[in-house]
Structures are given as structure tokens and as C-alpha cells.
Design a protein around this ligand. Structure first.
Ligand SMILES: [Zn+2]
Length: 145
């Protein structure tokens, strides 16, 4: 298997906990107030995303260390959303999801934005986050404060 070309980011980088592929920049975080079933999740304006069906040379422009999964509707605390899982291109693990569409008008600001699950990534200082007991109270893919 060939080695994929991976974007290397400078600055405060969130990277895959497993393979250290850079996934997002701290400066692109919109909100840290999101939750998923495993605990905290951050909403990013953009992450480094590789669309599976787009040539790499093009996808570098929208930048690119994550691949997109299948779109599906998910009922979250804030209503129905169309989302797709996003995967680290380095190791293939799910690192979060992308909001393709929000069915509630008040949630439309999330469309085209990305969630990285905090426990899946290492922070800028190399810190890891581990799910805590209270993180499991929500039980499902809750995405809200
Ligand atoms: Zn990885």
C-alpha cells in the first residue's frame, strides 16, 4: 500500500490520537460546547478533509486528512440532521462527523461544519481526553450543550 500524502499543519493542531495525522486547527473551532455519546466534541469550521471520490490534487484545496462516509439522517438533541461520518485517512478510524444538512432552521449554522470527537484526537499540547462517567448520561449522538 502506498503512503498517502498528508497535509502537515502548523500551529495549534488537533491530530488523530492513533496515527498523529493532523485533522484540524484550534483557530477553526467554532464551539467546544458540543457533546457526543463519548463525551466532548468540538465544532470546527473546517477540518482536513479528503473526499473519497475527488482526486487528491483537488481535494488538497479543501484540505484534507479525513475521508467522508455515507450520508444518513440522525436524530440529535437539537433535531433531525443529515450527517456523514468522517474518517482519518491515516488509519481509517472515525474521528467525528460532518453536518450535511440541518432540518431545523435554528440549526442551519452547522451545515457544512465538522465535529471532531474530543476523545478521538490529541490536542495542540499533545493532551488526550478520556471519556468520563457523566459523558454517558446522554446515551446517544447528542450534539448540543
Ligand atoms: Zn489516524
Amino acid at each position: 500500500m502506498g503512503r498517502l500524502f498528508l497535509m502537515h499543519l502548523e500551529g495549534n493542531v488537533y491530530s488523530c490520537k492513533h496515527c498523529k495525522t493532523h485533522l484540524g486547527l484550534a483557530g477553526d473551532i467554532i464551539s467546544k460546547a458540543f457533546h457526543c455519546k463519548h463525551g466532548k466534541a468540538y465544532l470546527f469550521n473546517k477540518v482536513f478533509l479528503q473526499l473519497a471520490n475527488v482526486p487528491l490534487i483537488m481535494s488538497v484545496m479543501s484540505s484534507v486528512n479525513v475521508t467522508n462516509g455515507v450520508k444518513e439522517d440522525r436524530l440529535m438533541m437539537t433535531g433531525m440532521h443529515t450527517v456523514s461520518d468522517i474518517f482519518c485517512v491515516g488509519c481509517g478510524s472515525i474521528v467525528g462527523w460532518k453536518y450535511e444538512a440541518a432540518h431545523e432552521k435554528s440549526q442551519r449554522y452547522k451545515e457544512g461544519k465538522f465535529i471532531l470527537e474530543r476523545y478521538k484526537v490529541s490536542g495542540p499540547d499533545g493532551s488526550s481526553y478520556w471519556a468520563t462517567h457523566d459523558a454517558h448520561l446522554g446515551g446517544s449522538d447528542a450534539d448540543d450543550v
